[in-house]
Design a protein around this ligand. Structure first.
Ligand code: AMP
Ligand code: MG
Length: 413
């Protein structure tokens, strides 16, 4: 039946379309202190309260001057000095220079700053060391060159990171209105699961997906809500799904393959689920299920993630995070992909897009393409290998193998 499954690209397109249609639907907002705003989504406009920079600013330590005079007249007397933090001085007398520090306002009349390294100073006079010349505007950022008072600098939906936080600080905001984090229910399923603190009995394993998915959700801007793990019975799943109904997004791990105790899809169907797809031509992650449950107001999107830890992680990164991002009110944003050059051969299988745990190296000299290689692993339950990896290598379904030196797409997280 695998020919009936969607390709990875088809599934990604469906999820992106769903995300785009949902991205304006979460209207809950809250105020947060600027220092807590990183990773959040802006829910207000950010307007420049002043010109930026607010005064013509020197970008160098040196001497403010008229470019024509300093290039032609030889030695110029130094008429004064301005430090960063002082108000603009001047005006600059004709035929003179003005000592100035980085970040200080340039005196009226000056149109360039010569760098201190390019100047010879004799007593109170300086000259530009020949054969140098300087043009008007050099080493000065004009008032308002970056933004004008009243300009909209950020729109609602902007992702807030260090740069946006600095910009908000510059505009005088010590708090911002942001979107509320979507609440993401995490329901793990399986008779074999015991809590992390328990000693597994023969045949049992610790529930690693609950904390892993909670970490993934938090990193993607959601508020994780970990439900107690459910055993593989219809009753347990019905009760757990009823509880999870209050969430903004539901992640279910396990119970979506073809096994006898894979009871999640029937349980979702009993609650009136609409299934967008059940299965994708990818590995790991083939049994992935995506749909929505009826709910008062807007329907509750859900993903049934295959229980193997690496499968759960990669399907969340590829699909779940896209929907979560949209529910957080952010600009549409797919998974983070980049290109890297393989340092060793990678063997794959035709007919499935493969996501192989790999390591990419980012600390290469400037100008070099990042390098990547597959990590040895024993399949999608291999958490030790997953923990050694820092990316997934993406091998298209028509590609049976990639050679050392080939470019490969990588999924970064
Ligand atoms: P399933 O998708 O339910 O068939 O599970 C596939 C594999 O993933 C099985 O080996 C499960 O034991 C394992 N697994 C399922 N859920 C979890 C979990 N929460 N934590 C760790 N492993 C899990
Ligand atoms: Mg199971």
């Amino acid at each position: 039946m695998s020919s009936a499954l969607l390709s990875y690209e088809e599934a990604a397109t469906q999820v992106a379309a769903f995300a785009a249609q949902r991205s304006r639907s979460n209207l809950r907002t809250e105020r947060v202190a600027l220092v807590d705003a990183s990773g959040r989504t802006l829910a207000q406009t950010l307007v420049a309260d002043e010109d930026q920079p607010p005064f013509a600013r020197s970008t160098r330590d040196g001497f403010a001057c008229r470019a024509l005079e300093v290039s032609a007249l030889g030695f110029l007397p130094v008429a004064g000095a301005t430090h960063a933090g002082e108000a603009a001085a001047g005006p600059l007398p004709p035929g003179a220079a003005w000592e100035i520090m980085t970040g200080a306002p340039v005196p009226g009349g000056a149109d360039a700053v010569v760098m201190i390294e390019h100047v010879e100073r004799v007593g109170n006079r300086i000259r530009l060391l020949p054969p140098r010349a300087i043009g008007a505007g050099e080493n000065i950022v004009a008032q308002g060159a970056q933004a004008r008072r009243g300009d909209v600098l950020l729109e609602p939906g902007a992702a807030l990171g260090p740069a946006q936080i600095a910009l908000a600080a510059t505009c005088g905001h010590d708090a911002l209105t942001v979107r509320a984090r979507p609440r993401v229910a995490i329901l793990t399923t399986g008779d074999e699961l015991v809590p992390v603190s328990a000693k597994p009995q023969p045949g049992q394993i610790r529930n690693s997906n609950a904390p892993m998915l909670a970490a993934l959700v938090a990193a993607a801007g959601g508020e994780p809500w970990v439900l107690p793990a459910a055993v593989d019975t219809a009753e347990a799943l019905d009760a757990a799904l009823a509880e999870a109904a209050q969430a903004d997004l539901l992640l279910i791990s396990g119970g979506v393959s073809a096994g006898k105790f894979d009871l999640v899809e029937p349980a979702l169907a009993r609650r009136g689920a609409q299934f967008f797809f059940t299965g994708v031509r990818m590995q790991p992650g083939k049994p992935l299920v995506f749909g929505e449950l009826p709910k008062e107001g807007e329907a509750l999107p859900f993903f049934g993630l295959p229980g193997n830890p690496v499968s759960s992680a990669v399907t969340f990164l590829l699909f779940g995070a896209t929907v979560l991002n949209a529910l957080a009110g952010a600009e549409p944003q797919g998974p983070r992909m980049a290109l890297a050059r393989l340092t060793a051969q990678v063997k794959s299988k035709n007919g499935l897009t493969r996501f192989l745990p790999g390591r990419w190296e980012s600390g290469l000299p400037a100008g070099q393409v990042p390098q990547a290689a597959a990590v040895q692993w024993q399949g999608s339950g291999d958490l030790a290998a997953f923990a050694r990896a820092n990316c997934f290598l993406v091998v298209p379904e028509e590609t049976a193998s990639l050679a050392a030196g080939d470019l490969v797409r990588i999924l970064i997280y």
